[in-house]
Design a protein around this ligand. Structure first.
Ligand code: ADP
Ligand code: MG
Ligand code: ZN
Length: 644
């Protein structure tokens, strides 16, 4: 475990780089390498200083020979090829160089120095002290070692430290946030909306703060809390906020981090994590995306599932193994509660379940306000309007909207974020970035304009379809054009009539291509998928088909998938055929309806398409004016406030 529990007051290992800190073995190698480099630089500095410390006169060999013959030289020290000469009548030393590989006496004899003169000179051979000398004598020993060390170091980097990490495999990879860490602190103030969830969790905060109150009257404290909700609804954020409010240590790990390729690792990590948390109590353990390990057991094939099951079993064991007075609470989050193993949800384990819904209009406004805190806004910004225009956005979407707007403002060198930035960002978050470079040919442009106008007209005529906010033939993401529809109010339930109208609107583009252009393109393929999926859901999930009656043939969530991903159906081939027949009946009826609408409203369709070809984008106001001119009453927004 790399969590430095031995100095609990100051820890803050919130996000170690993937794979944890530097393994001890690698640190050692690195130090050895460093030491070698330092050693060599010291040696070279030493010899450099030593060489340059005394600047002495250099004389030639012939003048040396002459001086010796004259008897002026007392001694010569031979250091490698260098000669250091001491004279009789002068304090000063001089230097010279002899020919490499030849003895000094031989050389001098060649210069006609007589043996007698030479015998008066004291010749001393000293060992070489220079850098080259050191290098030459050490290299055969040091270089191979250095090479091996470097090789090992390189290797350990190559395998991402896997060799070294083998020793720390079973240890938990949890990140811990210490309560004193201000930079990481999140409280309920940072979480907008989620009122019921916060209410529910306040009790947990209360328990963590003063457990005695609860224990004294013999209350059993919940151990496991499961946060459920769509992606981006703030589950992770809320779990952090509970720890922040209670001021306790927060251990967070993702379900998938338990599972490695070796069997038994997950279970040992679970054990390790719970031990750590108990030592740091009071604490919260947060297992994010618990569905990665907590899926229903016994449905899979292959070894990977054995490992997952062992991990899950260990989690169950740990949950049961708490002492009643242990101040550790386990929180988990998932967006697939339907696939969780029932054993996890049993009383005494994750028996508290907190559901986080997508934010409604008022919550969206609050979330926007939270993320607007540190951003400078122009006066024209109206967050209420943005909240109205973003039904179906999650907290994470809103966060990203705010961020996109700030980026837009910065890119255009404006110091403040304007309303227009925010509005543009809504579409960017919803549909992906505009692709202005994606130029349509004249023919494609006309076809796309009619296609989108088809959706828009059908949506405006049918009573239960959402009103149109914007039509555009500028491609975005994967769509060639788009019609932005916004519900008049947030809806939690969807009725049969709404389903039917939505299917019809989705078919609008298809029918226009088929009837007006008398041909079909690949354009409506996504529309068809959406429409068919809606029709199928009506028949198999919601009992909205007269023929099939009140029967749910497919679960709302995913069922356990066997092996290679073939869903196991719970109905016969015969019923399957009946479903298909019902679905195609719904689709065909919808198409008839749309064909009639397109025929009856051909004029307005032509007008809209022509305008689209001209300006590419039509906003709600202009669109509604066109509708009124052609005798269609635009749908009116009901008073928004009544639902808030
Ligand atoms: P989840 O875990 O449910 O997928 P997160 O908690 O990771 O979602 O949320 C992602 C981000 O979205 C958060 O970091 C936060 O910035 C923002 N966010 C989501 N919900 C809220 C909320 N209710 N209030 C404020 N911000 C939110
Ligand atoms: Mg999350
Ligand atoms: Zn379409």
């Amino acid at each position: 475990m790399k969590l430095l529990l031995n100095k609990p007051k100051k820890i803050i290992v919130t996000k170690p780089p993937k794979g944890g800190g530097t393994p001890p073995g690698r640190a050692l190698l690195r130090q050895a390498f460093l030491a070698l480099i330092i050693f060599f630089s010291l040696v070279s500095i030493y010899s450099f200083v030593r060489d340059s410390s005394k600047s002495v006169e250099e004389i030639s060999l012939s003048s040396l020979a002459e001086e010796i013959s004259l008897g002026n030289v007392i001694s010569i020290a031979v250091v490698g090829d260098k000669l250091e000469i001491t004279f009789r009548d002068s304090e000063e030393e001089k230097v010279s160089k002899k020919e490499a590989g030849t003895a000094l006496t031989t050389t001098l004899k060649n210069y006609d120095v007589s043996p007698e003169a030479l015998s008066k000179v004291d010749i001393e051979v000293k060992s070489d002290q220079g850098f080259l000398y050191w290098f030459a004598s050490l290299a055969p020993i040091v270089l191979p070692i250095a090479f091996i060390v470097f090789f090992l170091w390189f290797l350990s980097r190559q395998v991402k430290g896997a060799g070294m990490q083998a020793f720390t495999f079973g240890q938990s990879k949890a990140r811990m946030t210490h309560p004193d860490d201000k930079s990481q602190k999140v409280t309920f103030k940072d979480v907008a909306g989620c009122r019921e969830a916060k209410e529910e969790l306040r009790e947990i905060v209360d328990f963590l703060k003063n457990p005695k109150k609860f224990l004294d009257i013999g209350a059993r404290i919940p151990k496991g809390i499961l946060l459920m909700g769509a992606p981006g609804t703030g589950k992770t954020l809320l779990a952090r906020a509970v720890a922040g409010e209670a001021g306790v240590s927060f251990f967070s790990i993702s379900g998938s981090e338990f599972v490695e390729m070796f069997v038994g690792v997950g279970a040992s990590r679970v054990r390790d994590l719970f031990d750590l948390a108990k030592k740091a109590a009071p604490a919260i353990i947060f297992i994010d995306e618990i569905d990665a390990v907590g899926r229903v057991r016994g449905t899979g094939v292959g070894g990977g599932n054995d490992e997952r099951e062992q991990t899950l079993n260990q989690i169950l064991v740990e949950l049961d193994g708490f002492e009643p007075n242990e101040k550790v609470i386990v929180m988990a989050a998932t967006n697939r509660p339907d696939v969780l193993d029932p054993a996890l949800l049993r009383p005494g384990r994750f028996d508290r379940r907190v559901t986080l819904d997508l934010p409604d209009r008022r919550d969206r406004e609050e979330i926007l306000l939270i993320h607007a805190r540190e951003k400078p806004f122009a006066e024209d910004v109206n967050l209420v309007l943005i909240a109205e225009r973003t039904p179906g956005f999650s907290g994470a979407d809103l966060y990203s909207l705010m961020n996109e707007a700030a980026i837009l403002a910065a890119r255009e060198e404006r110091g403040k974020v304007s309303q227009f930035d925010l509005i543009r960002s809504i579409e960017k978050v919803m549909l992906g970035p505009e692709r202005k470079s994606h130029i349509l040919s004249q023919k494609e442009k006309r076809l796309t304009a009619f296609h989108e106008a088809g959706h828009a007209v059908v949506a405006s005529v049918l009573p239960y379809a959402d009103p149109v906010h914007k039509i555009s033939i500028i491609s975005r993401g994967r769509a060639a054009g788009y019609v932005l529809k916004l519900p008049l109010e947030d809806r939690k339930l969807q009725s049969r009539k709404e389903f039917l109208d939505d299917i019809a609107v989705a078919l609008g583009g298809y029918v226009v291509e088929k009837t007006i252009f008398d041909d079909l393109t690949t354009g409506p393929s996504n529309d068809l998928q959406v429409a068919t999926a809606l029709a199928r859901d009506m028949v198999t999930k919601y009992g909205m088909s007269e023929k099939m009656g009140p029967i749910a043939l497919e679960g709302v969530g995913g069922k356990p998938i066997f092996g290679l991903g073939v869903g196991d159906k719970e109905y016969s081939e015969k019923v399957g055929a009946e479903i298909d027949a019902e679905v195609s009946k719904i689709m065909n009826e919808a198409m008839k309806k749309v064909e009639k609408i397109i025929k009856d409203h051909r004029k307005v369709l032509d007008t809209i398409a022509a305008r689209l070809i001209e300006v590419e984008t039509i906003e709600q106001k202009e669109f509604e004016e066109m509708l009124v001119v052609h005798g269609i009453t635009p749908k009116k927004k009901k008073d928004i406030e009544h639902q808030a």
